[in-house]
Ligand binder design. Sequence first.
Ligand SMILES: [Zn+2]
Length: 89
Amino acid sequence: MKPITVTTWLPRIRAITLWPFIFLTPKVKDDKCIMAHEMHHWTEQRRYWVIPWLVVYLVVGIFYIGRPMDRHPMEREGYRIQRECENLQ
Ligand SMILES: [Zn+2]
């Protein structure tokens, strides 16, 4: 199964994954590295189910409010994948 990608305006973020959808702003809709980051979340959400994944993400996120997004434990791998992709370009 492939994600259903939706290009839309998003408040304060460039992309978000809520399985089976990946929402992207027009500015990043063709960005392969952001898509690779979101595909990581998409795969995790498919594996762990989207609601439990989201609940854990938000609860853990409470402890990371005000810190850079890449510090969130559930964001680290996504950002690592994204940076690796960007370094290859
Ligand atoms: Zn992410």
